[in-house]
Design a protein around this ligand. Sequence first.
Ligand code: SAH
Length: 483
Amino acid sequence: MRFLPVFLDLQSGVVVLVGAGDLARAKLRLLAAAGARVRWYATDGHHDLTALDLPAPGADEAARIELANDDPLTADLTGVIAILCAGAGAIGPAMSARAKAVGLPVNVMDDLQHSTFIFPAIVDRGDVVVAVGTGGASPVVARRVRELIEAMLPARIGDLAGFIGRWRKTIHGLIPEFALRRRFWERVVDGPIGALVLAGRTDEAEAALKGIADPSAFAGSLPSGRPEGKVTLVGAGPGDPDLLTVKALRALQDADVVFYDELVSPEILDRARRDAARIPVGRRVGKPGIGQDAVNNLLVEAAKSGRRAVRLKGGDSFVFGRGGEEIEALRQAGIAYSVVPGITAGLGAAAQFEVPLTFRHEALRITFLTAHKAKDAEAVGWSTLTDEKMTIVVYMGMTAAPSVRAGLLAAGRSPQTPVGVFARVTRPDAQAVVGTLDGLPGLVEKIDGGPAILIIGDVVAHSAPWRQSNLAQLVSYFQVAAE
Ligand code: SAH
């Protein structure tokens, strides 16, 4: 990040605008709408305000725009808080040098080299303002992001911020304790009072808040003493942060502490609240983790100390994730908990590489299997996997690949059954190798590192890598034939 978004107080001084033409006028319009005091040096000598189409072209706006006729390169800069050059031609770089010399922030339009700040794309909802930047790389991308945010934000979100702003002091006096106060505001924002404001019924919201802000009524409206903690088991999905559910994101944003596994990617951890504690509790290859009992204890302790904990796991917590044991421990300790599902690695692999796990007439059943104990034939029960119309999705199957092959062949599955090995799925370095059951151990050797999922069954022949490999053969066949 080269440019840090900060918000400039337009009440604190004058903004100097140097330039002419449509570019300068566009900036004037923006500044006037934001309520800035502007000193405009029109480099072509035409101070034409009539074409500006100001939001309310009254005396007020006109008074805030001061038309200057002297030379901006030598003019007095007392009281100036920022300098913009738009359509200023050669004066831009010279003005930039002057601004830098006196330590004023300067923007020369479309000229990163001479700018010390840049303009973001803006979502403006009154008190709620969102700034979107791309470090000057692509205003078009910034605008797309702005459109997405525009679509997502409730229209009256600014009213809600203003409403809370008016009550902040009062509530601060009533609830001095920070964590409790934050929770109070969360209830207001997420509850019926927030809904009233967003529906435009601010008067009713005021009355409702007044009711609970009355000290005598207030005592009963909050749980006494320490806030209650809770634990949310969150499935992080196979790696791509865009595959988090909206609920998962919300839980991450809400958490005071995040206990995460080795499978959780750093990009996903980054979605947690910035000041949340992040504690790794997973195993590493060859190194044991802290053990399930210790993890259970950490979760219980975190909740008992009043914190909101997220237990973040790769894929889904209930698919080879030991989530069941964790909620059992939480139940026994009387801790409040909830579970947010995630996209399990097998489904991530299927989607990314286009393996339809079921297919009319061809695949009617799916088995999710761990090969953790593949050498122990009884533990796996290979004989239950003989059905040709069953797709088998194998977790932890890399090192056990020879046992998986032997077990399935012994159970009578054809050596020609299509198989795929899908590694690091949904991550930038995802990899797929396809072939047949007979050659499975060799396929696994072609993988440049786990984690990897095996999918075994006729449906793998529909997958993208399989189609591509056959296509490649076909193309080379025709090329040879043509020669
Ligand atoms: N709870 C997880 C599974 C944990 S078991 C889930 O629902 O996905 C660990 C196994 O998951 C790994 O050995 C591997 O088989 C699989 N796995 C996890 N993430 C993966 C990924 N990004 N790509 C391929 N396989 C993955």
